[in-house]
Unconditional design. Structure first.
Length: 226
């Protein structure tokens, strides 16, 4: 959703963007003392999924809209709400395209992510990669006889290499003023095999790369491929 409160005289260029996302992470497997999807006030605090990250900020901005409309505005105020931010950032891409296509050219953007009231000027870049390893299925009694090729075995070799690269980033990589000051590489999902007595023919895993501003994804991919 993109909404603009024009400045005096109907000005829509420039101004400031207030931005956030409307989706939240799942609650599966988490223990809550109250219904996570029912806002609960307790001891002066609000509890519920998204109160901090980040429906609280969205709610504050929306509740202030009547006051913003009453005040004089030399320049516009833009609301930019995205969706599917937690995993895919789909909405962010559409908002960026909208701003470009409509030549918004805002002078600043405040993103209300929870930061403990600390000013944060950037995030690391993030990229996700699915890797599929193909082997040759056979009854597990024929493992290591040349009749089969275990896809999981070879996937773990790649994952081990990724871990070695991650350690290298941690020990000797460049540094930046982030909470975690180095680039990170992490295998986060894996799936393979279809039966306990069958050598797996396929294994898939996902790894994530969170890069510092001066690290490139292409360099990391080149390392993996080599």
């Amino acid at each position: 959703l993109w909404a603009t409160l024009p400045g005096d005289g109907g000005v829509t260029k420039g101004g400031i963007i207030l931005s956030g996302h409307t989706d939240v992470v799942p609650v599966d497997g988490q223990k809550w003392d109250s219904d996570p999807f029912t806002l609960t006030k307790r001891d002066g605090k609000l509890y519920g999924r998204g109160t901090s990250d980040m429906k609280g900020f969205v709610a504050v901005c929306m509740s202030l809209t009547p006051e913003l409309l009453k005040m004089k505005r030399a320049k516009p105020i833009h609301f930019a709400w995205s969706y599917d931010e937690e995993v895919s950032c789909l909405g962010g891409k559409e908002l960026a395209e909208f701003a470009r296509d409509h030549d918004v050219r805002a002078e600043g953007c405040l993103i209300g992510e929870p930061t403990g009231m600390t000013v944060v000027i950037a995030h690391k870049g993030t990229s996700h990669f699915w890797v599929r390893v193909r082997g040759k299925a056979a009854h597990s009694s024929f493992a290591l006889t040349g009749e089969s090729c275990n896809a999981i075995d070879y996937a773990t070799k790649l994952i081990t290499k990724l871990r070695e690269m991650a350690e290298e980033y941690r020990r000797n990589g460049t540094r930046h003023d982030f909470q975690v000051p180095f680039s990170t590489l992490s295998t986060n999902l894996i799936s393979g095999g279809n039966a306990s007595n069958t050598v797996p023919a396929e294994c898939e895993f996902l790894f994530e790369f969170r890069a510092l501003p001066n690290e490139t994804v292409s360099k990391m991919i080149q390392q993996v491929r080599s």
